[in-house]
Design a protein around this ligand. Structure first.
Ligand code: TIU
Length: 223
């Protein structure tokens, strides 16, 4: 499948590709969650929900593999580095009680994926302690075991967990297509620049395309 993208067309082979949906978690996206508690405008992230739903439906209908990630830590916080815990000097930090349970702790309500994009049986969920999805996870093994070579990447936030994961994936030999309107940042300018950083210099970290280009290709229409 040919997908019109930047910096040039992306050739998608669905049988060796996965849709990787990064950190679409309640604490980052929902009003009243940790993200909003920090003063962020969650509407900047919530605008990605509908395009992700449409892409996910098309991807599932085409029979593609879907993999999700969640950022968070063990309840005993043994996988939380002191550096990450104290970063930001906030009144509340990871592991403390938050509006939707303990902040970024696995098993808490706020840590889970938003209901609009909830995984179905058979779709792997990767729990990651860092920003990148490869660090201290079994994502690489799962991708290799499934014969995956291409990642179509969506989620939040564009400049943090999406960018970090795409850079990690690129260095591991995966071709990443980042879906522009399915990614979001609390800072619109970081979103724009984050996408430009990926596709610049001939696609230094990957490709960028709108979801409509991907769903058109999945529907069998040339883009
Ligand atoms: N998932 C992800 O991007 N985690 C963050 O902490 N992002 C911020 O932008 N803070």
């Amino acid at each position: 499948m040919r997908i019109e993208a930047k910096p040039y067309e992306y050739s998608l082979n669905l049988s060796t590709a996965a849709l990787l949906i990064i950190d679409m978690q309640r604490d980052f996206l929902e009003p009243g969650g940790f993200g909003e508690m920090l003063g962020n405008d969650v509407s900047q992230l919530r605008r990605t929900i509908e395009p992700n739903q449409a892409l996910l439906a098309a991807w599932r209908a085409a029979g593609g593999l879907v993999i999700y990630t969640r950022e968070g830590h063990r309840p005993d916080l043994t996988d939380l580095s002191p550096a990450k815990k104290i970063r930001g000097r906030g009144a509340s930090c990871i592991g403390d009680p938050g509006p939707m349970g303990r902040i970024l702790v696995r098993g808490e309500a706020g840590h889970d994926i938003i209901p609009e994009l909830y995984p179905v049986a058979g779709e792997p969920v990767i729990d990651k302690p860092g920003k990148g999805a490869f660090f201290a996870t079994d994502l690489h093994a799962i991708l290799q075991n499934r014969g995956i070579q291409q990642l179509v990447v969506t989620g939040v936030t564009t400049e943090v967990c999406v960018n970090t994961t795409v850079r990690e994936a690129n260095d591991r030999g995966f071709d990443c297509l980042v879906v522009a309107d399915c990614c979001g940042s609390y800072f619109p300018e970081f979103h724009d620049i984050g996408l430009r950083m990926i596709a610049a210099q001939g696609g230094i970290f990957g490709w960028v395309a709108p979801s409509a280009a991907v769903t058109r290709a999945l529907a069998g229409k040339a883009t």
